[in-house]
Design a protein around this ligand. Structure first.
Ligand code: PLP
Length: 370
C-alpha cells in the first residue's frame, strides 16, 4: 500500500513543544501493538512506572502515564481531589496558571488566584501571607511556566505547606526530563507532565503521580469523582496489583514510546541530561545577547528549556518565525496571551537540547534579521 506521509519534512523543533524525538523512540513507537493485558505489555507498564518515579524523585505507588496530553494530567489532578466548594489557591504567573484557575473553577472549587507579573516568578513571601489569611485544600503552581520561560520556586513553596493538611499540586509539563525534580523532598502531593517536551516523545501521554496523602483524600471523598475516564481509583486497578482489570484501552504504542524515551534519559544519566539543557541554554542566551536582543526573564529565574526572547522594535516576529520554518526548517513559537507579538519562545527540550542546534538557529536568525 502507498505510504501517505513521505512528504513530511524533517523540521527542527525548537518551539514550546512538541520537541524532537530520538530514533530509538520512533522505533519503539512502530513496534507491533500488543494487547493491553498482554504479560509483555504489563512488564513494560511496570518498568515505565519505575522510570517515571525516578525522574520525578518520588516513591509514590500511584505513578502512571495517563492516556492523553499534558492537559489530561491537569484535569485528572484537579478532578480527583476537588469537591464542590473546596478552597483552592492558584499561584498564577502565566497562561498555564490561568488554565488551572479555569479547570478548578469548572469543578465548583472556590478558587483564589494569587497573581504575579508575567515574566517574573512567584514570590514566596506573598504566598506565605496568603496562607495566613485562609485554609486551602489545594495550593497549585506551574513549575516551568511555558508561556513566559519562568522557573517557579517549587521547593520553597513546598516548605510553607509542610506539616499542614493542604495538598500541593505542581504542573511539570515542561520541566520533567529537563531539570531536577525531587517531589518527595519538596512535599509535592500531585504532579503531572506531558510526553512531548523534555521527555522527547510525541504528544499523547501524561505522566502523573499522587502521594499516599492525596490518595487518602481521593478515597475519602464524599461525592464520586465526576469524571469516569479520569477517576484514579478505577485506573489503579488496571495499573497495579496482581490482577489487572480493564479500564480503557490505553494508547499502547504511545506508552512504548514513552518507555523508550524515559529509558533514554536514564541511560544518558539524568544529571548529564539536565547539564546538557543548561549548556544549550547558556549558549543560546550568549548568542541572543551578542545580537543585541534581550531575554524576557531575569537571570536566576530562567528556564533552561524554554527561552522567552524579546523581539526588538522593528522586527516582525511572525515573519521571522515564518522564514525560519519555510527557509531553514526550524520551528520556534510565538508568545501566548498578553505576550503575543512581543516575544518568541525558543525551546531547547530533550533530544534537541544540543549546542549544534543552538548554533543552527542563531545562524539562521542572524541571516534573516541581517
Ligand atoms: C506548563 C504546561 N501545562 C500544561 C500544558 C498543556 O499540555 P498539552 O498541550 O500537552 O495538553 C502545557 C502545554 O504546553 C504546558 O506547557
Amino acid at each position: 500500500m502507498k505510504n501517505l506521509l513521505d512528504g513530511i519534512q524533517n523540521t527542527l523543533l525548537l518551539g514550546a513543544g512538541p520537541s524532537g524525538v530520538a530514533p530509538s523512540t520512533y522505533y519503539a513507537l512502530s513496534r507491533s501493538t500488543l494487547g493491553h493485558l498482554d504479560p509483555y505489555f504489563i512488564k513494560i507498564m511496570d518498568e515505565l512506572k519505575d522510570g517515571l518515579r525516578t525522574l520525578m524523585g518520588t516513591q509514590n505507588l500511584l505513578t502512571v502515564p495517563m492516556s492523553g496530553t499534558g492537559s489530561i494530567g491537569m484535569e485528572a489532578s484537579f478532578v480527583n481531589l476537588i469537591e464542590h466548594g473546596d478552597k483552592v489557591l492558584v499561584l498564577q504567573n502565566g497562561v498555564f496558571g490561568t488554565r488551572m484557575v479555569d479547570v478548578a473553577s469548572r469543578l465548583g472549587a472556590e478558587v483564589t488566584e494569587l497573581k504575579f507579573e508575567w515574566g517574573t516568578p512567584v514570590v514566596v513571601d506573598q504566598v506565605a501571607e496568603a496562607l495566613k489569611k485562609d485554609n486551602y485544600k489545594i495550593v497549585a503552581v506551574v513549575m516551568a511556566e511555558t508561556s513566559t520561560g519562568v522557573s517557579n520556586p517549587v521547593a520553597e513553596i513546598g516548605q510553607l505547606l509542610k506539616g499542614t493538611d493542604t495538598l500541593y499540586l505542581v504542573d511539570a509539563v515542561t520541566s520533567m526530563g529537563g531539570m531536577p525534580m525531587e517531589l518527595d523532598a519538596w512535599g509535592v502531593d500531585v504532579c503531572y507532565s506531558g510526553s512531548q517536551k523534555c521527555l522527547s516523545c510525541p504528544p499523547g501521554a501524561s505522566p502523573i503521580t499522587f502521594s499516599d496523602r492525596a490518595v487518602q483524600v481521593l478515597n475519602n471523598r464524599k461525592t464520586p469523582v465526576p469524571n469516569w475516564y479520569l477517576d484514579m481509583s478505577l485506573l489503579t486497578k488496571y495499573w497495579g496489583g496482581n490482577t489487572r482489570v480493564y479500564h480503557h484501552t490505553p494508547p499502547i504504542n504511545m506508552f512504548y514510546g514513552l518507555y523508550q524515551a524515559v529509558h533514554n534519559i536514564l541511560e544518558e544519566g539524568p544529571e548529564q541530561v539536565y547539564a546538557r539543557h543548561q549548556a544549550a541554554h547558556t549558549r543560546l542566551v550568549a548568542g541572543i545577547e551578542a545580537m543585541g536582543w534581550e531575554m524576557l526573564v531575569d537571570e536566576g529565574y530562567r528556564l533552561p528549556m524554554l527561552n522567552a526572547v524579546v523581539v526588538p522594535e522593528g522586527v516582525d516576529e511572525a515573519a521571522l518565525r515564518r522564514k525560519l520554518l519555510n527557509d531553514y526548517g526550524i520551528e520556534v513559537s510565538s508568545g501566548l496571551g498578553a505576550l503575543a507579538g512581543k516575544i518568541i519562545r525558543i525551546g531547547l527540550m530533550g533530544y534537541n537540547a544540543q549546542d549544534y542546534n543552538v548554533d543552527r538557529l542563531l545562524d539562521a536568525m542572524k541571516e534573516i534579521v541581517g
